[in-house]
Design a binder for this molecule. Structure first.
Ligand code: 3HC
Ligand code: NAI
Length: 645
């Protein structure tokens, strides 16, 4: 079947695009649209064309799968120009998302109407590129410089009503898009036509605007190239004639399209889309998820309960006694109140979120629950006792999950009736914010239970990644190696602050030492001490020396750094230097890039070991873990991607 079909409604042609799943602008669609312009221009009975799409969305952009290959004509900018120059005016009728090349096609049309539920945007920078078919040149002509800069450099889409207010749309319709577009067309054709967007005057920016934007975007983008290049293209659009600005945009688009950063972001884009529906589970059905139980209302339990409520699932929260329950419910309420304070939730939404939570200390209240997530203290005895209760109280088909970070899930599940329903679901703190969910099956876990873990991930909008059983699963195991490697550099004489600065320069929000100061050094210390007590050989770390001296991080006024009370700015510490003097051979200096290269190589080496043991299923999964759980810069693709460039 053709991807473009034309039907005639009197003098109006309806051009329907049908190129599933998202009407991406692959070669066949570009050709089809090109020919549609020619066909309609040659048809004397046609006065105008409505461009509308079948399926879930308007054209969602260029076909990203073509980006690794040489461009083939008709090129997108030429197609947009062809539509814009058509003798018959085109009207874009938008539902779902008009993104990237899709919005650029719409801007080539003489008019744009959209359903009130539609989203419009230029997300190219999130793929490491800039718009390549007039997005930076036509957008400012429609919405002005400031709004164009915001749209293009952030990549964030806007809703139809806002897009209308900005000038990106001519009309917003509700209900039947096709009927609304036809009405719009009849009215519009009785008026003089507006100029094509390319012929409209370019706006002029205030003095100082570009320098201010450049400084702000450079700060936000860190090492990411696309946002600054996008800004430069918009600037050219306001300073050069249309054709020259188009040439500048295209040059930037093609250069970035071939860059490592774009390749990395594309790989992440496809990995993220593949993650929620892994191929090995495609024939396995998940169990229904109607009500979920959470055991423990501490940091993690409250965060997990919040994530469940945000997804609309009713929650039963179980604590060990009335006082702890009150604290747990307060923790949860504090999360929603924080959402209200930050403007993310309306006060009545926060109330509705809490109303969907049943707090209890009685496991009998879990009798009809579909899935339970345990988030109690990280102690095998406590967890086992909880699962013994769950085994007695829950339906035999209820999925029972542990959020343990380090304990062996097999030991937690020992003795549980129907062990096929047991699984590890490892959330990251704060659990209602962090996207990563490690899903850890035991050898007994049934395929339906595993599929239900992924279904939960999808319901919560998480990035689910399957991990095998080992200490720390995928993420915390790599974190341990990363921290150990950073300590090795310190022992070799590299300054702590230089290591943190190097990793920030690489793209992390924080370096390894300042991050430990924020989270606390004591958790990992206690874990090492536990292993030592259990008779394992665990070498003394530099962190151990600091914790033994009472330096547990910001909460004790100092860890790897000193902190002035009330401030979070790390300051190099003379006390730390003295404490560690015996363990350090002074003198080594490394360039920041060399420091980052060494630490990332260590992460990748651990990743390779993890892969060879079957703990992770693919390098892409490891990269998703690092990006969504540990702040690895997305535009570098993750440690596995970065180490293979
Ligand atoms: N090219 C190729 N494939 C794409 C694609 C694209 N632009 N966008 C989505 N897909 C594929 C996905 O990989 C997925 O494939 P799969 O089913 O085989 O896994 C399938 O379409 C469905 O995607 P989602 O699961 O993301 O579907 P949703 O319904 O959840 O979301 C969407 C739809 C909002 C359109 C979302 O897919 C999206 O944001 N896509 C990316 C849009 C984008 O970035 N466009 C700009 C491209 S760059 C550009 O246009 C350059 C131009 O300026 C020259
Ligand atoms: P926490 O100490 O903040 O909360 C634990 C809660 O469990 C407390 O509210 C306690 O009252 C409750 N509890 C204890 N025994 C109970 C019982 N028998 N029945 C019901 N409730 C009981 O601990 P946190 O940080 O929330 O950790 C919980 C689990 O999540 C641990 O296994 C931890 O390893 C894991 N985890 C923690 C992360 C973190 O960053 N804090 C990240 C990922 C996992």
């Amino acid at each position: 079947m053709s991807v473009v079909t034309i039907t005639r409604m009197g003098a109006i042609a309806i051009v329907t695009v049908d190129n599933p799943p998202v009407n991406a602008l692959g070669l066949a669609l570009r050709q089809g649209l090109w020919e549609a312009v020619d066909t309609l221009d040659a048809d004397p009975d046609i006065a105008a064309a409505i461009l509308i799409c079948a399926g879930r969305t308007f054209i969602a952009g260029a076909d990203v799968t073509e980006f690794g290959k040489p461009p083939v004509a008709p090129h997108l900018p030429d197609l947009v120009a062809h539509i814009e120059a058509a003798a018959k005016p085109w009207i874009a009728a938008i539902h779902g998302s008009a993104l990237g090349g899709g919005l650029e096609i719409a801007m080539g049309c003489r008019f744009r109407v959209a359903l009130d539920t539609a989203m419009l945007g230029l997300p190219e920078v999130t793929l490491g590129i800039i718009p390549g078919a007039g997005g930076t040149v036509r957008t400012p002509r429609l919405v002005g410089v400031a709004a164009a800069v915001d749209l293009v450099t952030s990549g964030r889409p806007v809703q139809a009503v806002k897009a209308r207010a900005m000038g990106l749309l001519d009309a917003v319709v509700t209900g039947d898009l096709r009927a609304g577009a036809l009405d719009f067309a009849s009215a519009a054709l009785n008026q003089p036509l507006p100029l094509p967007v390319s012929a409209r005057p370019a706006p002029v920016a205030d003095p100082g605007f570009w320098a201010d934007q450049e400084a702000a975007i450079a700060k936000r983008a860190k090492g990411e190239m696309a946002p600054l290049r996008a800004l430069a293209a918009i600037r050219k659009a306001t300073e050069l004639p249309f054709a020259e600005a188009m040439a500048f945009e295209r040059e930037g688009f093609l250069a970035l399209r071939g860059s490592d950063q774009a390749a990395a972001l594309r790989a992440v884009f496809f990995a993220e889309r593949a993650a929620p529906r892994p191929a090995h589970l495609k024939d396995v059905s998940a169990l229904p998820l109607r009500r979920v139980g959470v055991i423990g209302g501490g940091t993690m339990g409250a965060g997990i309960a919040a994530a469940l409520r945000d997804a609309g699932l009713p929650v039963v929260l179980v604590e060990r006694d009335a006082l702890a329950l009150e604290r747990g419910l307060d923790n949860l309420k504090a999360i929603f109140d924080g959402g209200v304070k930050r403007g993310k939730l309306a006060p009545e939404q926060a109330v509705a979120r809490m109303n969907g939570v049943t707090g209890t200390t009685d496991y009998a209240d879990l009798a009809d629950i579909d899935l339970v997530i345990e988030a109690v203290f990280e102690t095998i005895e406590v967890k086992r006792a909880v699962f013994a209760d769950l085994g007695r109280s829950c339906r035999p088909d209820a999925v029972l999950a542990t959020n343990t970070s380090y304990l062996d899930p097999r030991l937690i599940a020992e003795g549980l009736p129907h062990p096929g329903r047991f699984i590890g679901l490892h959330f990251f703190s704060p659990a209602n914010v962090m996207k990563l969910l490690e899903i850890v099956p035991t050898p007994d876990t049934a395929p339906e239970t595993l599929a239900t873990g992924f279904a939960l991930g999808r319901a919560l909008g998480k990035v689910p990644v399957q991990a095998g059983i080992c200490e720390g699963f995928i993420g915390n195991r790599i974190l341990k190696r990363y921290r150990a490697a950073a300590e090795t550099l310190v022992r070799q004489g590299v300054a702590i602050a230089d290591i943190d600065a190097a990793m920030r320069q690489y793209g992390f929000a924080m370096g390894p030492f300042e991050a430990q100061d924020l989270g606390g050094l004591d958790i990992a210390f206690l874990q090492r001490e536990g292993a030592r007590l259990a008779g394992q050989q665990v070498a003394e770390t530099l962190g151990d020396i600091l914790v033994r001296a009472g330096r547990k991080g910001q909460k004790t006024g100092g860890g790897w750094y000193d902190y002035t009370p009330g401030e979070r700015r790390p300051q190099p510490s003379a006390e730390v230097a003295a404490l560690l003097a015996g363990a350090i051979s002074p003198g080594a200096e490394l360039e920041p890039a060399e420091i980052a290269a060494r630490l990332v190589a260590e992460m990748a080496a651990e990743g390779t070991a993890i892969l060879s043991e079957g703990v992770a299923r693919s390098p892409a999964d490891i990269d998703l873990v690092e990006i969504h759980g540990y702040g690895f810069p997305r535009w570098r693709g993750g440690p596995m991607f970065a180490s293979h460039r």
